[in-house]
Design a protein around this ligand. Structure first.
Ligand code: FAD
Ligand code: DHB
Length: 390
């Protein structure tokens, strides 16, 4: 088999890259390890930056998102039972949209299908070869048959647990990593939201986040121990903790059946550079942020936007300048977002240890500063809604 760009991974990064390349008249094949049903049901991100929404709309993927996504003009920050509003629209003129990642993935798959795109699901034994030459290829098994996919470029969009990152030799690659002493328990409940905006809460018992998906579906997260089994969190315990951590006088939490429950480890991670020869990493395969800033999906979109432009420029003009600048251009945004995500995490979570009491006083002080200073609130707001993408 031969294509122009072999894309490993059919998550948001891989599928969007394939679509953007198609708009430039460039062929690609997407190789995805899981089934289509699995990737479309996997509950993950929910918050889209304005720049992500604008890009998806401009490339013809906005129809359902603009109809069903909910525009939010701010968020609440809470310290114990004191809640304050950060008005994004007022401070920055920009907003966010709540639209589930699996809906974005459904829209992308549907559009790739309609445009005759090649997305192969349930492939196995994926391995990339000869990436440092100008004849790279991917070996994989599909439907019980071994294949070789030859391409001009390989895009590693295979997430944090993929195989592409490891194709960059250890001597070339530098890993920057921070692992946090807690995880997130995420749940989806069939009950209407209890708030008009997301609530990020720092409570003496730990962090909690109230998000939503629709008028009948709410999403919640609780800081938990990183290695806790899901069984340690029966539904009663979850609702008790959410009531405690999100509670303010006069406010009621609406409770309903829990239909999804997952514990995720929290980490900051960057692999530099994002390119080796003809292999380009994009999205979670190159970097992970703690989810507190709601940035991972948005960063993946920003990467593939740059990559598609660079590849298109190469085919159009023969110039490799865009490809040569890709890694550095992405890393500039990656580190801004790393800082913001770490900062939001540090503001709202309990890290424990001997400095815990000191750190909580610092968090309290920062919370008060955000309330009293428009400059401080604007810094949070402009990072949260997303800095300009280009
Ligand atoms: P992935 O979505 O991981 O896709 C990679 C794909 O590659 C997968 O489909 C995988 O099956 C496939 N794959 C892996 N290995 C192979 C292989 N060897 N061969 C073939 N295919 C392979 N981000 C936000 O922007 N906003 C949020 O609100 C937000 N909230 C989050 C909440 C939680 C609890 C979590 C866990 C994440 C959240 N994120 C959020 C992050 C966001 O979900 C990720 O950053 C995003 O999924 C990255 O997309 P991706 O395509 O790079 O990687
Ligand atoms: C959601 C996830 C996040 O990580 C976040 O910071 C805000 C919202 C969500 O899934 O809705």
């Amino acid at each position: 088999m031969r294509t122009q760009v072999a894309i490993v991974g059919g998550g948001p990064a891989g599928l969007l890259l394939s679509h953007l390349l198609h708009l430039h008249g460039i062929g690609s094949v997407v190789l995805e390890r899981r089934s289509q049903e699995y990737v479309q049901q996997r509950v993950r991100a929910g918050v889209l930056e304005q720049g992500t929404v604008d890009l998806l709309r401009d490339v013809g993927l906005g129809e359902r998102m603009l109809r069903e996504g909910e525009v939010h003009r701010g968020v609440y920050l809470q310290f114990d039972d004191e809640r304050q509003h950060i008005p994004f629209q007022e401070l920055t003129g920009r907003a966010i949209t709540v639209y589930g990642q699996q809906e974005v993935v459904k829209d992308l798959n549907e559009r790739r299908r309609r445009d005759g795109g090649q997305v192969l699901f349930e492939v196995s034994n994926v391995a990339v070869h000869d990436v440092a030459t100008d004849r790279p290829f991917v070996r994989f098994t599909f439907d019980g048959v071994d294949h070789e996919l030859h391409a001009d470029f390989i895009a590693g969009c295979d997430g944090f647990h993929g195989v592409c990152r490891d194709a960059i030799p250890a001597g070339v690659r530098t890993i920057y990593e921070r692992v946090y002493p807690f995880g997130w328990l995420g749940i989806l409940a069939t009950v209407g939201p209890s708030s008009d905006e997301l609530i990020y809460a720092n409570h003496a018992s730990g962090f909690a986040l109230h998000s939503m998906r629709s008028a009948t579906l709410s999403r919640f997260y609780l800081q938990c121990a990183p290695d806790e089994p899901r069984d340690a969190w029966p539904d009663d315990r979850i609702w008790t903790e959410l009531r405690t951590r999100l509670g303010t006088p006069g406010w009621t939490l609406h409770e309903g059946p829990i239909i999804d429950k997952v514990i995720t480890a929290i980490r900051s991670f960057v692999a530099e550079p994002l390119r080796h020869g003809r292999l380009f990493l994009a999205g979670d395969s190159a970097h992970i942020v703690p989810p507190t800033g709601a940035k991972g999906l948005n960063l993946a979109v920003s990467d593939v936007d740059k990559l598609a432009e660079a590849i298109a420029d190469f085919y159009r003009t023969g110039s490799a300048t865009g490809l040569d600048c890709y890694s550095a251009a992405c890393l500039q945004r990656v580190w801004r977002v790393q800082h913001f995500s770490w900062w939001m995490t540090s503001l709202t979570h309990h890290f424990g240890g001997p400095n815990a009491a000191f750190e909580r006083r610092l968090q309290r002080s920062q919370f008060d500063y955000l309330r009293s200073s428009t400059a401080a609130a604007t810094t949070l707001a402009e990072n949260y809604v997303g800095l300009p993408t280009r």
